[in-house]
Design a protein around this ligand. Structure first.
Ligand SMILES: [Zn+2]
Length: 350
């Protein structure tokens, strides 16, 4: 256990330097302004624009397909029992090991939406989402008089994975609700801050797990804004910008799910996550719709089913070329490329 504590401290240190979330206000870590330099050096302008360097990878062996599908995995409880909405800690650990062994690597939802998928060549991204802020997702336990992270909670397991494998980065979005995310009232602030420092994300799941298909639009807007208000009371300046629908319930008129305001508190979501039931399209696909993003329920049946599906249909699977600035797609598969989603990236077909 001491080892885990040390590991976690190391990861904290590492994560605070690596965290990819630029929206969280970390004023204490701000780099002081450098004094104005006396001499301004102007680098020579090249006469012709240089071609972007394309790294040498054997396309025929790696077979990248960055227009392939991606699993957004949905977990709820992680703990003692196993059922449709609960995974035991051992099975959750097994899921992560299986995914890793089958060349899947976790990426954050916001990086996926931005098309910044930075994983090794030949691997496939997957996105972790955790609904409801249940106790087994992130728990502190007391050991020898001090509080430590439960090695059998989801966060403990993910941190251990990232310690074990250098290309398994801590990533995942926690769709919490209030007033008691993770069900330990003395540690709410600490947990949210740690999660963001490590590189995880916090998402909107309404303030009190309201059913948005049943409450009035005014009540729904209030609930979405109150979540943002409560999260920002702990994480000043953090942008809560994705929404997982409680119960998967979507109102008929759903325009306010994307953007709204209640008592000067504004919210804006760039993705809305559904409860079911298949892998998502690539963000570079013309048909990609972030406001109806499907998820795969990560239980024994559904996760196995989709892992098998991609084994049998490897051409359907997103396979990275290892360079986030180059988007590589097999020639025969390139008609659904969304040029505007490339956003300055180089398109390569083969
Ligand atoms: Zn929920």
């Amino acid at each position: 256990m001491r080892k885990l504590l040390i590991i976690i401290s190391c990861i904290t240190l590492l994560a605070t330097t690596l965290t990819g979330c630029g929206t969280y206000d970390k004023t204490e870590k701000k780099i002081p302004d450098s004094p104005p330099s006396q001499k301004v050096e102007v680098s020579p302008v090249p006469e012709e624009p240089s071609e972007p360097e394309i790294p040498e990878i054997d396309l025929e062996i790696i077979r990248p397909n960055e227009l392939g599908k991606v699993m957004v995995l949905m977990y709820h409880e992680v703990g003692q029992k196993e059922d449709t909405w609960a995974r035991t800690a051992d099975n959750f650990r097994k899921d992560m090991e299986t995914l890793y062994a089958m060349n899947y690597r976790p990426v954050n939802l916001n990086d996926f939406l931005d098309g910044n998928i930075n994983i090794p060549a030949g691997t496939t991204p997957f996105i972790l989402t955790f609904d409801d802020g249940t106790a087994g997702q992130f728990r502190f336990i007391e050991e020898e008089g001090s509080m430590t992270i439960d090695p059998n909670c989801a966060v403990g397991i993910l941190l251990a994975m990232s310690e074990k494998y250098s290309d398994f980065k801590p990533a995942g979005t926690f769709y919490i609700f209030y007033p008691l995310p993770f069900r330990q009232k003395n540690h709410i602030e600490e947990k949210l801050k740690l999660l963001v420092d490590w590189g995880f994300e916090i998402g909107n799941h309404t303030y009190g797990h309201e059913n948005l298909g049943k409450v009035s639009p005014a009540e729904a807007i209030r609930s979405l804004a109150r979540h943002v208000n409560a999260t920002n009371a702990i994480l000043q300046g953090y942008q809560v910008n994705t929404l997982a629908l409680p119960y998967g319930a979507r109102p008929k008129d759903d325009s306010y799910l994307i953007k709204g305001e209640w008592e000067t508190i504004k919210y804006e979501n760039r993705a809305i996550l559904l409860v079911g039931a298949n892998p998502a399209l690539s963000p570079f696909d013309t048909r990609f719709d972030p406001f109806r993003l499907p998820r795969v329920r990560a239980d024994e049946t559904e996760l196995s089913r989709w892992l098998d599906y991609f084994e049998k249909n490897p051409d359907q699977r997103y396979v990275s070329d290892g360079d986030p600035d180059i988007i590589t797609v097999p020639e025969h598969n390139s008609n659904n490329i969304n040029q505007s989603a490339l956003d300055g990236k180089t398109l390569r077909t083969y």
